[in-house]
Design a protein around this ligand. Structure first.
Ligand code: CTP
Ligand code: MG
Length: 179
């Protein structure tokens, strides 16, 4: 039972986890805010780029369909998982990027420079974005997938996985901060 909930949580959130990590690898180039400021501070900052956002979103959608391709094998092994619809795939991936961008907007408004950590928000911004956007683009899929136990598992597992992968990216030299 608990294994099923955890498996569903990880499976469902993979297309939302991957975009942030791919954005770190693909980032660079023109910032989304074009260097513009709001009230003397950058709107988003140099850490949110067109390339990172675009490649990250695409990667999330590709992961969703890659997972769909693995579904027959996993089902045969006894897993009970739902395939991603196109709306769900796009919603999870773009929502993850949008949530992260929204958090940067809030960080800049509160005077935090690029890269300064904002615990809890940093770990959950993309979860809120992903579930919200999936809810808009694939409402039925979202209601059926994100049951209360799954949401609770996502809220517990995400910060752990997020901190783990970020620490790994830092050790490998892909990220400036280990969070
Ligand atoms: N990145 C990107 N585009 C995004 C998100 C991330 O290009 N939409 C890249 C940037 O190179 C960024 C790195 O991934 O520096 C790490 O992402 P993140 O921690 O979200 O950005 P920070 O640099 O910490 O900036 P912020 O303070 O705004 O979160
Ligand atoms: Mg950061």
């Amino acid at each position: 039972m608990i294994i099923e909930v955890v498996a569903t949580a990880v499976w469902t959130m993979l297309p939302a986890y991957v975009p942030n990590n791919v954005a770190v690898l693909a980032g660079g180039g023109a910032p989304i805010d074009g260097g513009r400021t709001l009230g003397g501070r950058r709107i988003l900052g140099d850490g949110k780029t067109w390339r990172g956002t675009g490649v990250g979103t695409l990667a999330g959608v590709v992961v969703a369909f890659g997972l769909n391709g693995m579904l027959p094998t996993l089902t045969e092994m006894g897993a009970r998982l739902e395939p991603f619809s196109l709306g769900a795939a796009i919603g999870l991936a773009s929502g993850a990027m949008l949530g992260d961008i929204a958090a940067s907007f809030i960080k800049r408004r509160s005077g935090r420079q690029r890269g300064v950590p904002l615990p809890v928000i940093d770990q959950l911004d993309f979860v809120v974005g992903a579930i919200s956007c999936a809810g808009i683009l694939a409402p039925r899929w979202t209601i059926e997938t994100f049951t209360l136990p799954v949401v609770i598992a996502v809220l517990i597992l995400t910060p752990v996985l997020h901190l783990g992968t970020n620490a790994g990216a830092y050790v490998l030299g892909f990220k400036k901060e280990p969070y």
